[in-house]
Ligand binder design. Structure first.
Ligand code: HEM
Ligand SMILES: [Cu+2]
Length: 612
């Protein structure tokens, strides 16, 4: 790393500084509106573009969830708005295949258009250069393309709703033959093709992003920012980018293969001698199970793509608001890497029921259960960080604590599913839906809320309202559990997942299922409505929030050493880093925190070797 980090920033950033080293010169900020806010190459603007796009899709996915819940509580009764506009000539009743579209698109949107882009796209872009002391990503143009690949996928996914036959309805996992035979379902007309195209573009976007993150973190750290001084957020985003880069090509190939099966008549996933409907006999020769292997080889690692960044961000938030160093920083890094590594060899646990060799099933069971170890390390380290700390219950902290608590529940139900004999019983029931949501909503989504409340002042220069934030948190937490906890129980009773009308099963009529379904639906509506408080707080604070100043939470990492929002070039001079980001309550320090840019006081005890 160069010594030119003292290159002076020319006032408003015009002109080039003493730029003998690529990453340290300051480009002039474009003055043209389009180049500045639309086709921007600034990682911060791109991060915020991802943030807004994902929040819009969050609303869309949430509305679909409400429709799903309505149907489950009052099967076939008319739904507000939808029945009047779409099904007037069908007796105002939702057609059953529409239910299939709902859960398919709800899952697809929430995973590929909300959680992945918000964690990696929004926070990855926004935070990585700021936290490692860089002026931008390594490849700003590529970064711009990574955002602008998304509108193609937005168009493809939204368009799938209006094409003949409507959107895909083979589930977000899109198993053949439902997905690959044009005649198999209504939604397997062009809706499924649009689904594949949408995912392809989302994948291209992710891949460009991850190349940028990996290169940036390896190449552009500011002087003194050793790898083991990086905040956990950066570590988690780094490891996630590696996961993306290794796993995504496999999904991309599988998507292309399914696209070819559907369009030019290849037979990668079509077995021999199949007849669908009145169609001709399929020539076939392919394997439907092959799709499952390829899909889960990506999508199991992808579940960590959907939670590791949140784990990283929550680690930093918990340390800041406990005013204590993160307990066991290095073990935390290694646990993250271990989870990612193990994540690659366990995909078969999604296929226990596909008729695999029991020896293979046992292997996948054991390797899956091993993930409990690094996960437990993380949980204990979060608890250890809070233990004995002077905990400040800010909104961000409350959401972070909820993340930990809900991740514990989601992790425990994961162990049930990992055990092949138990999975026989709960496979494809609401137990699975409970698990998904404890991890993805209770975990990742509360992590996202924590991150938004925490970094909002950095992004927009103003604080969100804490009182509204706490009300939003409390209502979300209560109604989240009201919505999803009972799903474990109805699942144990055998309530199938992905079924529009559970009451066609006699055994479910007698088990109190209807009452529980109604309770969950009321909670879900309340959960959805609670988000209005969040939306209000978010938008109102943009103009009316209290001014934040550079470091409202008195945190140590580099992004807090620059203004809020940061200038175009991030830092006046590239910061020099002297220690990890967790030096809270250092004996001898003037304040209870010590920014990474300030050397340790002379009389401070040496850093704990596990920490340094
Ligand atoms: C108000 C919030 C939400 C509610 C009420 C809700 C409700 C539901 C329900 C009832 C199902 C099961 C559909 C069925 O099996 O027939 C489902 C499936 C699913 N949800 Fe959600 N959900 C919510 C938020 C989320 C979030 C935030 C995520 C991810 C970040 C998510 C991801 C999924 C996934 C992946 C599935 C599986 C879809 C499938 O089986 O193909 N959901 N949701
Ligand atoms: Cu998995």
């Amino acid at each position: 790393m160069s010594t030119t980090h003292t290159a002076d920033a020319h006032g408003n950033g015009h002109g080039h500084g003493s730029d003998d080293h690529g990453h340290d010169h300051i480009h002039a900020q474009p003055t043209n509106f389009l180049r500045r806010y639309v086709f921007s190459e600034d990682h911060k603007v791109i991060g915020i573009q991802f943030l807004f796009s994902s929040l819009i899709f969050f609303v869309l996915g949430g509305l679909m969830a409400m429709a799903i819940r309505w149907q489950l509580a009052w099967p076939w009764s008319p739904m507000p708005i939808l029945s009047q506009t779409l099904w007037a000539n069908q007796g105002y009743r939702m057609p059953p295949e529409f239910y299939n579209k709902l859960f398919t698109m709800h899952g697809t949107v929430m995973i590929f258009f909300v959680i992945v882009p918000i964690l990696s796209g929004a926070f990855g872009n926004y935070l990585i250069p700021l936290m490692i002391g860089a002026r931008d990503m390594a490849f700003p143009k590529l970064n711009m393309f990574s955002y602008w690949a998304m509108p193609f996928s937005f168009v493809a996914i939204l368009n799938s709703f209006v094409v003949e036959g409507g959107s895909a309805e083979a589930g977000w996992t899109s198993y053949p033959p439902l997905s690959s035979f044009l005649q198999s379902t209504v939604g397997s007309l062009s809706g499924q093709t649009w689904w594949l195209v949408g995912l392809l573009f989302a994948g291209i976007s992710s891949l460009m992003g991850s190349i940028n993150y990996i290169t940036t973190i390896i190449m552009l750290r500011s002087p003194g920012m050793r790898m083991f001084r990086m905040p956990m957020t950066v570590w988690a985003l780094f490891i996630t980018a590696l996961l993306q880069a290794f796993a995504l090509p496999v999904l991309t190939s599988a998507l292309v293969m399914q696209l070819l099966d559907r369009t030019i008549g290849t037979n990668f996933f079509s077995p021999a001698n199949w007849v669908v409907g009145n169609g001709p006999e399929k020539v076939g020769g392919g394997q439907t199970i092959l799709w499952q292997h390829l899909f889960w080889f990506y999508s199991h690692p992808a579940v960590y793509i959907m939670i590791l960044p949140a784990m990283g961000m929550v680690s930093d938030i918990i340390s800041t608001f406990s005013r204590k160093p993160l307990f066991g920083y290095k073990p935390m890094v290694f646990a993250t890497a271990a989870i990612a590594g193990l994540g690659f060899i366990v995909w078969g646990h999604h296929m226990f029921q596909s008729g695999m060799n029991p020896a293979l099933g046992a292997t996948f069971m054991l390797s899956t259960m091993m993930i409990a170890l690094p996960s437990a390390i993380k949980v204990f380290n979060w608890l250890g960080t809070m233990w004995g700390g002077r905990v400040q219950f800010t909104t961000a902290m409350l959401n972070a604590i909820a993340f930990v608590a809900m991740f514990i529940i989601g992790g425990l139900s994961g162990i049930f599913m990992a055990a092949t004999p138990v999975d026989m019983h709960i496979h494809d029931t609401y137990f699975i839906v409970a698990h998904i949501h404890y991890v993805l909503f209770g975990g990742s989504t509360f992590g996202v809320f924590a991150a938004i409340y925490y970094w909002y002042p950095k992004m927009f220069g103003r604080l969100m309202d804490e009182r509204l934030g706490k009300i939003h948190f409390l209502l979300s937490f209560i109604f989240f559990n009201g919505t999803f906890f009972l799903m474990h129980i109805v699942g144990m009773h055998g309530h199938p997942r992905r079924i529009a009308d559970p009451l066609i099963y006699g055994y479910l009529n007698n088990a109190g299922i209807t009452g529980m379904n109604k309770f969950m639906t009321y909670s879900a509506f309340a959960l959805g409505l609670s988000q209005i408080i969040f939306a209000w707080n978010f938008f109102y604070s943009l103009v009316g929030g209290e001014k934040a100043g550079p470091n409202p939470w008195k945190a140590n990492s580099l992004e807090w050493t620059t203004t809020s929002p940061p200038p175009y070039y991030n830092f006046e001079t590239l910061p020099t880093v002297y220690h990890p980001a967790y030096e809270f309550s250092v004996p001898g320090a003037a304040a209870d925190f010590l920014p990474q840019t300030e050397p340790m006081p002379a009389d401070a005890p040496p850093l704990d070797p596990v920490m340094a």
